[in-house]
Design a protein around this ligand. Sequence first.
Ligand code: 26V
Length: 756
Amino acid sequence: MEQNIYDLQAEQLCQKIKHYLITTMGRVEEEAGDEEFYRAFCFALREEIMINWLAGIRTYEKENTRRLYYLSMEFLPGRFLSNSIRNLQALEIVQLVMKKMGRDFKVILSRELEPGLGNGGLGRLASGFLDSLSTLHLPAMGYGLRYQYGIFEQQLWEGVQVEKPDLWLLNENPWEFRRDLRRTSVQFCGISSSEEPKKFRDFEEVWALPYDYPIIGYKGDESFSVTTLRLWTTKESPRNFKIQKYNAGRLDQAAENTALTDVLYPSDYHETGKRIRLKQEFLLVSASLQDIIRRYKEKHSNFDQFADKVRIQINDTHPALAIAELMRLLTEENGVEWNEGWEMIQQIFGFTNHTILHEALEEWDLNLINYLLPKQYRIIERINHDFLDSLRKKEGVDEEMIRRLSIIENGRVRMSHLAIVGSHKVNGVAKLHTEILKNRVFKDFYLHFPEKFTAITNGVSQRRWLFNANPELTEWITKKIDTGWIKDFSQIQQLRDFAGDPTCQREFLEIKIKKKKQFLKFLVEHGNHRDRDGIQHKMELSLDSNALIDVQVKRFHEYKRQLLNALHLLMVFQEIKEGENRIPRLSILGGKAAPTYETAKKILLLFHCISRTIKKDPKASSKLQLIVMENYNVSKAEKIIPAADLSEQISLAGMEASGTGNMKFAMNGALTIGTEDGANIEMKESITEKWWPLSFGCRAEEISEMQKNGSYRPQDLLSHHPKIAQAVDLLRDGSLTENSREQEALNEIYYSSTLR
Ligand code: 26V
């Protein structure tokens, strides 16, 4: 009986696929390529979710619930198809469809180009939240930008990073819905007088067009929800093109606004102060807020309930202009009094900080804001004026303190200060990170507004990273503790009872070996390396699944200390050459360097040199191999993480706000080699020391002490640890390099690291 229903559903899906192939692509099944088949398949599957999507929106409208809006310049949703099938519990039916139609499921899934609309942790976290909100049936929506080019595609030409444009929109995207009716106008520049703000002239109008993406929640025993991710583009609005500028020969100016959402800024942590970036941020903010207000007005005739019905979370300071722009929309366009408006603002906004790195704290030149956003600038001035006035009424606030807290200072607008002043809560993303915000980065704010600060430790979606990426382990866990953990990960604790059981340990290790074999097969089939001209060559594996798979995958950054991993590898290399017996180790490195981050690029090149040196040494390569994977992204992470034995989370303590890769590896049963940083600390606490044996390094406090009294002396360390010294020496003695370009890079790494 059951089988018949499956068969019937599968048959219906087959018919729909054929239908879409013919009606939207003009292709018959037999001649359709994999990409066309993928697309038709998505169209067919899409039908199954539309009812739930619409029903959800209708229910929230009818019940007039409070909504949560997540504003973020970055989202990294990963591939939609595979995750959606899994969340819909439709895997069996889909596999049946593939069989009936003679297609290879894996190949079809891999045709999807993932939306790389983010740099790393911050963007992936935003998408993880949407997955959870959808699964939990909460009334929420994400707002972001539909970059034509997401994060660049990384190629490694003989170890040198070459950036290629990301072509995720090359083919029609079956997961997006263009919403012409929701097009919104955003205004830049212009002249107004403070007496008559309505008389605004000579402004520049840019049209933002939204595309909606369905974020499909997990279907447990009940029905599933679909949450909307709404992304704005200026590309598809012909009115954004300035024909007069074009005719005057200024092609760049003519196309500036149609190109506004063209590219994602690829430098995480580096504040560049670029004009186009400011325009992007304001576009997101203004279009989204107008959309939110429009939705509210459909149900209300005044703003009395606005602060009760709307909550907006801003993902780092990137959308912090929302505070000024909402103030403008309320007071100038909707007749709300200033003081009332300001009360509402503080109830509505919450602000998440994601880094303590000074370079990443956004500050905008006052003249630039005043030129591009004159109205918002005046509002920021008034917010700041009122804020500083209220501070002056407090006891013990001197002018030095006022200067430190001010939103505008030294010709610059400090976006974090605006975000803190305009929000009811400011959160760090792990306990340690929040303590550092309170005691160091935002110390003065914490002194006056301690109630605002709170720690919300990051999480990851166990649905993408375990349920979907590791079906084998999922099945095993579910046999032991049932399916509750798929929605509520705290239930994973029940596995504790099995941790010491030898049978369970054996079963677990068998699954791990299986995942390792799958990954090695993937490497053999798809892993290439490029020569100096970018030509790809097959990669050879010198080890098998008996080797420990030791992984560090994340953006390249000095504070993440890929260099420490490199030096350790060199030590292991020396030890093996000297005849030490070691468990074979396959080290996997992956991650992009910001295009302008020269030091990070040199460290990437160092890994290439180490990899080649190991490979050339027969003795070493029988025990050790280093593979640098090109273009690390969400899809690659899904393949690598389940196969890892060891997870490298070795940041300089105090610097990694939370980390989220750490969690993905741990839930796939890897052991963490980790410092006392970010969420590592809380993970260790709950996993307990017994299962966290590879902790090392100074604590954040010890590092601050060293920095304060200048007691870090690498030369002393080298003279006390000959093995480390020997490894470090390889950087400059020429044994790793084949040309002067390489040696110069390694020299620079050597001297910048040892001469402190
Ligand atoms: C800054 C900038 C500056 C302007 C250009 C574009 C851009 C893009 C990103 C950033 C800041 C990135 C901050 C970030 O990704 N932080 C990471 O957030 C993760 C989620 O909370 C957290 O797990 C990581 O520890 C943290 O490094």
